[in-house]
Every structure is written in structure tokens, then in C-alpha cells.
Design a protein around this ligand. Structure first.
Ligand SMILES: *Cc1c(COP(=O)(O)O)cnc(C)c1O
Length: 360
């Protein structure tokens, strides 16, 4: 069977060039006579892999020297607890914006360790927009301000950061890290599970300003302290070695394509193809407020459940898979992360046109 265009929200497509390189190196990495999977994380060969991955990530994201890059386990979901445990140490208050299921999980977890102020929510309209933020409602002495920068399930993203003064912004960037340029200086912490835009599941990248690492709550387990991992270069215990190796190749792939600016252009072009068609179609409908549209996850619906099901089935027959929307939104969702080629998006839009023509 040929490779398909995989529109999954995550784990999702990886660049074919990276998969082919991994496959070539599968049984014998760089004349070590072994797979990266079989390699001691304390070996010189592996140290070079993790160092190079970090260096390349720093380069493509332009990460300043006063930020640490950590390669952790436990997914973004573990960060929902690590963030409050490590950062709720001053006023023990934090502000959160509720823009969907992932925000809600982050909020529920933070409530166990301090006082959470939900400053805005878009739950009234099934999270189809990013709510207006009013500075007056922010907690002046909050330890941090949390956002989910891209909402994977609903297809919204923050295009503007809130004006929080000196309060550090913490962003769950799981589904849009590396998709567009960001100024890391504007954040206290950026975290993301790898399996959407960086590599295989198993590694979680945390980019954290050094002054936020120091002083976790007393109850914090050793493995959940940023300091534990930061002091040991993400090698306190065995890191997810193979996932880091593949992520490193993805960072390299981005660098060779011209960096994140170049990727962003590609992503904007890909998303525009779908959004322009949705805006002109009489049959398909986008579900998100135009100003808040994500570049990565694009939900859309047909007038009936029968048509949705028919579209998903026919698309799969044509080699376009995992287009079913999240159960809370229904319809379809096309996740078009960095690794989705332009041809995949063109093929999807061509099929949407054909489907509309046949269902007038
Ligand atoms: C997928 C996702 C998560 C959950 O990530 P895990 O790595 O599975 O814990 C959290 N936040 C966002 C925005 C996501 O897209």
C-alpha cells in the first residue's frame, strides 16, 4: 500500500525524509554497530545526538541563553501538574484562559496546588473563538498566566498575547510549536508534547526561563521538579532516547527548509487553500471565528451526519485518512501540521470540490 495523507490530530505525519533517514540508520547508527534504541544514554554517541537536537532547536526557535531546553516524558498532560507545582510559589495564584478541553484539564490540575482565576472562557460557543481578554480581570500578583496557544480540537489559536506586565506567560504549544515564528522572550515557559509537530510520542519539550526553575512547592516529587532535569541536562534518568533522536532530525529538516519563517509561509499557504474554499462553498462550512483560525487544525462540517460520514469514507478510499472531527465538534477536522505536504492539502480541496459538485 502507498503512503496515505494522514490528517490525524496526533500522533501525526512525520516528514518522509526523516522517516527514511531513521530507517537507514535503524540497525546501525553512524557506524556504532547498533540502533539508537539500543544505545546507552550515557554514551558519547548519544550525548552528541541530544546535544545536537537541543542546539538545532535553539537555532530554529531563536531561544535566548537564559532559557533552558528540557526533554521530558509524561506528555503535555504531565506539564499541567508540573507548571503549578514549580511555579505556584509566590502568591500561589495563577490566571488561566479557558479555550477548550486541554485548557480545562490544565485548570483542573492547577486547582490542586493553588488558587486559579479563569479570566475568560469561550465555552459558551463550544470554544469556536478566542475570548476577548480584559486586563482589569487579571490577577496583579499572579505567579503566571496560562494559555493554550493553539486549540487542537476546535481549531482556534491566539494571534495576540495578553498584556500581562511582569507576570510570566506559560503556553501549551503542543499543536503549534514550530509552525510559525514566536518570540520566546515573551514567554516564561513554553511546553509541547512532540507527537503533533516535532516527532514521535514520548518526548515533551519544555522551554523555561531560568529564574522560574528554582523553587518548587515542597510536596513536588523529584521527577516533577524542573530543577532535577535542568541540573542534569535532561539525563537525571533515562530520557526518551529514540523520540529525541527523531525530533532532532525533524528540527534539522526545518532548518534545511529555511527555518520556521519558511515553514510558516508554507503553512499559511496550505491553510489558505482550505479556508478560501470553505468561505466560497455552499455545502461545507468552517466552524471557527475567522479571526481566530488555526493554521494547524481545521474543523469543518457538512449539513448532515450522513454526508459527514460519506465524505470521511470516500476520502479514506482516496488515501486521505483520519479526517473525522473530534466527538465534541463532529464533522471533519483536517490537521495539517508541518509535515503535511502542500500536495496533500490540494488533493483534499480537490476532493471537497468534487464532493460538493456531486451533492448539489
Ligand atoms: C495533544 C495535546 C495535549 C495532550 O498531550 P499529551 O502529550 O498526550 O499529554 C495537550 N495540549 C494540547 C494543546 C494538545 O494538542
Amino acid at each position: 500500500m502507498n503512503r496515505v495523507y494522514n490528517f490525524s490530530a496526533g500522533p501525526s505525519m512525520l516528514p518522509i525524509e526523516v522517516l527514511e533517514k531513521a530507517s537507514k540508520e535503524m540497525t546501525n547508527y553512524n557506524n556504532t554497530g547498533m540502533s539508537v534504541m539500543e544505545m546507552s544514554h550515557r554514551s558519547a554517541a548519544y550525548q552528541d545526538i541530544i546535544d545536537t537536537a537541543e542546539k538545532t532547536l535553539r537555532e530554529i526557535m531563536n531561544i535566548p541563553d537564559n532559557y533552558k531546553v528540557l526533554f521530558l516524558q509524561g506528555g503535555a498532560s504531565t506539564q499541567f501538574a508540573m507548571i503549578p507545582l514549580n511555579l505556584l510559589t509566590g502568591s500561589k495564584k495563577a490566571d488561566y484562559v479557558n479555550t477548550g478541553a486541554w485548557s480545562k484539564k490544565a485548570i483542573a490540575e492547577a486547582k490542586k496546588y493553588g488558587e486559579v482565576n479563569v479570566v475568560a472562557s469561550s465555552e459558551d460557543k463550544t470554544f469556536t473563538y478566542i475570548p476577548e481578554l480584559d486586563k482589569e480581570t487579571f490577577t496583579k500578583d499572579a505567579d503566571y498566566f496560562h494559555i493554550t496557544s493553539n486549540n487542537t480540537i476546535y481549531g482556534t489559536k491566539f494571534n495576540e498575547l495578553p498584556d500581562v506586565g511582569d507576570v510570566p506567560i506559560v503556553a501549551d504549544m503542543s499543536s503549534n510549536i514550530l509552525s510559525e515564528e514566536v518570540d520566546v522572550n515573551k514567554y516564561g515557559v513554553i511546553y509541547a508534547g512532540a507527537q503533533k509537530n516535532m516527532g514521535p510520542a514520548g518526548v515533551t519539550v519544555v522551554i523555561i526561563r531560568e529564574d522560574l526553575i528554582g523553587d518548587p512547592q515542597d510536596i513536588t516529587p523529584t521527577m516533577l521538579k524542573y530543577k532535577t532535569h535542568s541540573d542534569k541536562g535532561s539525563m537525571f534518568n533515562t530520557p526518551p532516547t529514540y523520540s529525541i533522536y527523531v525530533a532532532g532530525m525533524v528540527f534539522e529538516w526545518i532548518k534545511e527548509l529555511g527555518g520556521i519563517g519558511a515553514i510558516q509561509k508554507r503553512n499559511e499557504e496550505k491553510a489558505k487553500l482550505i479556508y478560501d474554499y470553505l468561505d466560497s462553498s455552499k455545502l461545507f462550512k468552517g466552524t471557527v471565528a475567522q479571526k481566530d483560525r488555526s493554521l494547524m487544525n481545521i474543523p469543518f462540517v457538512l449539513p448532515t451526519d450522513e454526508l459527514n460520514a460519506e465524505f470521511i469514507k470516500e476520502a479514506a478510499d482516496r488515501g486521505m485518512v483520519n479526517l473525522k472531527g473530534h466527538r465534541t465538534v463532529g464533522g471533519m477536522r483536517a490537521s495539517i501540521y508541518n509535515a503535511m505536504p502542500l500536495e496533500g492539502v490540494k488533493k483534499l480541496v480537490d476532493f471537497m470540490k468534487e464532493f460538493e459538485e456531486n451533492n448539489k
